[in-house]
Write a protein that binds this ligand. Structure first.
Ligand code: NAG
Ligand code: NAG
Ligand code: NAG
Ligand code: NAG
Ligand code: NAG
Length: 656
């Protein structure tokens, strides 16, 4: 949280975490005072604290963080009672617990040796002459500046507007536990690629010992936050809201709590929410058989075998443990192999249990004493929705379709903090600076990168103008030209895929975009139930909420997809309005094509839209008639096309 609020001079922001929870032991609270217009001095905050904290606990009258970039407020150690007392005070919008966020990584992971392999690089884009000057902020569990991934060859100058720090100037000595330049992170660790890094004050709160609660967990940007708590996304949503208002695009991972519905998080309308898919790439190795034949397969060499030694090859099913089903042994399901039979062999595992990650299979094989593992993974469809990827609809509101998009998030080669793992010592390996990671937080950077790419080509576009084409040009087909599927092989629904898998190059020239404005977001807050007074203080405007706000109205904010949480048959139909902005050639005529689910009548009006030089924005209406539709969520698309531009808007309508 703290980090979110202070990173706001950047143009793009990525958060790859979720968040969390709630007695009378003091814990970390954020005291949120609305928009940043008009700074408040630290002394005033301290004064405020002294009015609620008892004299004999004076040591708690300090600010763990002070916010003044995009929003106003501070964080401090407060008891629940003190927090609620503060929340009623004049000028305070809300007081909420500042949780330790959960990292959305490592459902499954593997170990990969040493340097990055150039063959493993995926989808590099042609350099665009204006692709520069975009700053990406990342909120995560630590950074290792020595990683080859942060070498700055070929990078231009650091944008002059950058006001961040590389652990210098962060000394706010009045506060406890400041993060400063120290022996393990120096200003010189930054360069033209890694232009800044900083840690934030984190306070341990679990053991109820006030003295111990003030222990700082992190001392430098290198270290990973360790505590994990489940999801509540209020702090992220508020931080992201203010970031958006300052022109920062916020991309978040949707969570790894799939495959059940209602598991998606970070689902506010101003957040670009990302799901994870597998990719069309494998870590190929060759297996040289005794008869001289070589087979390519997806394999990991985790022992120190050389070509000179030969080992017997065995299929998982041939070395099954007693009583274990053949289907499980085939895919090296945990517990399915007989260690006696495995010992000293090369094992072939099939991928018929997608639930079993490669990391687990590897452990199973290793544990059973295998010499190697080869996995049959050819000709598989990709992308496929990852099993763990959190699914919509969102518990926040069903009237915004989430996730927004999907991106590669399975077996992604990533720079990591080199850690000495048990495995690596076991197999006498050097700690690796790279690892194969899975999780929506490995999908999230792909979307952030794609967003930065679009931003660099269209520097004047706002965050919502960038999100729109990434959604409306996303694909719903896989590499076999079949509709996207989930990991059980069923056709995937938009609650799993969002608008589909991003295609960054296509997003460069969409022709038209859906702009979601600040007004839309403020209306979202009204409809969601925020008091008008709070919204005004958050936005420093005289914004007026409509007379009868209701969650249903959220469907009407100008989003690049449509979700209607409840359309009663008795109600008949619902009409939703959207506005498109021409960002292509000034004279263009778009025609609409609807793909409606069986039984649902979907009418667009007008069916044709003509832009001329003087007209940049045009509205249209879509009428959803659910009287004949089947009960439950109905999905479809509305596509606007003109020449080579084709923009697809996904809709989800729950008929009751
Ligand atoms: C609280 O923590 C301090 C510092 O770790 C320790 O010295 C003290 O004994 C603890 N007190 C209690 C009641 O646990
Ligand atoms: C895949 O989709 C089908 C149909 O929507 C659903 O029943 C199944 O549970 C899904 N499987 C996974 C792993 O998400
Ligand atoms: C790797 O090689 C070393 C030395 O040759 C040996 O002691 C060790 O057992 C080997 N490890 C494996 C997993 O084969
Ligand atoms: C497997 O890895 C070890 C250690 O990195 C290496 O010496 C050996 O040549 C590799 N074997 C194969 C077959 O690639
Ligand atoms: C757009 O159409 C108008 C009216 O037909 C025409 O005058 C103008 O030149 C056209 N602009 C472009 C860029 O084609």
């Amino acid at each position: 949280m703290a980090s979110l609020l202070q990173l706001l001079s950047v143009s793009l922001l990525i958060i790859c975490c979720s968040s969390a929870s709630a007695d009378q032991t003091p814990k970390h609270y954020v005291v949120y005072m609305g928009s940043s217009a008009g700074e408040t001095a630290e002394s005033e905050h301290l004064q405020l604290l002294s009015t609620v904290i008892p004299r004999d606990e004076r040591e708690r009258i300090y600010l763990t963080n002070h916010y003044n970039h995009a929003l106003r407020g501070f964080s401090a150690m407060l008891t629940d009672n003190e927090a609620s007392e503060l929340s009623g005070r004049e000028g305070i919008v809300s007081v909420f617990a500042d949780p330790i966020l959960q990292l959305h990584t490592t459902r499954s992971w593997d170990f990969l040796d040493g340097k990055p392999n150039p063959k493993l690089k995926r989808g590099s884009y042609p350099p665009h002459q204006s692709s520069y000057d975009v700053i990406i902020g990342m909120i995560d569990g630590g950074i290792w500046p020595e990683s080859p991934s942060f070498r700055d060859e070929g990078m231009g100058e650091i944008p002059t507007r950058w006001k961040g720090v590389c652990m210098e100037g962060a000394d706010r000595s009045k506060m406890l536990g400041v993060c400063m330049e120290g022996p393990d992170f120096k200003n010189s660790d930054c360069n033209r690629k890694l232009i800044g890094a900083r840690c934030y004050n984190v306070v341990q709160t679990s053991n109820g010992n006030t003295t111990a609660t003030q222990t700082r967990l992190d001392k430098s940007p290198r270290y990973v936050l360790k505590t994990v708590v489940p999801a509540l996304t209020y702090p992220i949503a508020i931080g992201a809201f203010h970031a958006e208002q300052m022109g920062v695009m916020v991309v978040c991972s949707g969570g790894n709590e799939g495959p059940d519905p209602y598991t998606i998080i970070n689902a506010a309308a101003w957040i670009f929410t990302v799901g994870a898919s597998n990719i069309d790439r494998d870590f190929k190795s060759s297996v040289l058989l005794g008869n001289g034949r070589t087979f390519q397969g997806s394999a990991i060499n985790f022992s120190n075998l050389t070509r000179t030694e030969a080992f017997p090859l065995a299929y998982g099913k041939a070395i099954a443990a007693k009583y274990s089903p053949v289907s499980e042994a085939r895919s090296c399901y945990p517990g399915s192999l007989d260690p006696e039979k495995v010992k000293g062999k090369m094992i072939i595992c099939f991928d018929s249990f997608p639930v079993v990650s490669r990391g687990i299979k590897k452990l199973v094989a290793e544990d059973a004493g295998a010499k190697g593992l080869s996995q049959n993974w050819k000709h598989k469809p990709a992308p496929v929705v990852a099993y763990f990827s959190s699914r919509g609809p969102s518990l926040l509101t069903e009237n915004i379709l989430k996730p927004d998009v999907m991106a590669p998030g399975v077996a992604i080669l990533a720079a990591v903090v080199p850690k000495v793992e048990e495995w690596s010592t076991l197999f006498r390996r050097k700690p690796s600076g790279y690892a194969i990671k899975s999780g929506t937080s490995t999908a999230c950077p792909h979307v952030t990168g794609a967003s930065a790419f679009v931003k660099s080509v269209h520097p004047t576009w706002t965050a919502s103008m960038i999100r729109s084409p990434l959604m409306t040009t996303a694909t719903v087909y896989d590499n076999m030209e079949k509709p996207l599927t989930n990991s059980s092989g069923s056709i995937a629904i938009p609650h799993e895929t969002g608008a589909g898998e991003i295609i960054p190059l296509k997003a460069l020239n969409p022709g038209i975009v859906f702009e979601t404005t600040s007004e839309d977001y403020l209306r979202f807050l009204c409809y969601y139930g925020y008091p008008e007074k709070t919204i005004r203080s958050m936005s420093k405007t005289n914004f007026k909420c409509p007379r009868k706000p209701s969650d249903d109205l959220i469907s009407g904010i100008n989003y690049p997809s449509v979700s209607i949480s409840r359309l009663a048959r008795s109600e008949g139909f619902r009409t939703i309005k959207r506005t498109i902005t021409n960002v292509g050639l000034p004279n263009a005529t778009y025609t609409s094509v609807v793909q409606a689910p069986m039984g649902m009548d979907v009418k667009v009006s007008p069916k044709k839209i003509t832009f001329v030089e003087s007209v940049k924005k045009i509205s249209f209406k879509v009428r959803f008639d659910g009287r004949e539709a089947s009960t439950g969520y109905n999905f479809g698309t509305l596509t606007w096309s003109a020449g080579s531009c084709s923009v697809r808007m996904v809709f989800a309508v729950n008929v009751v």
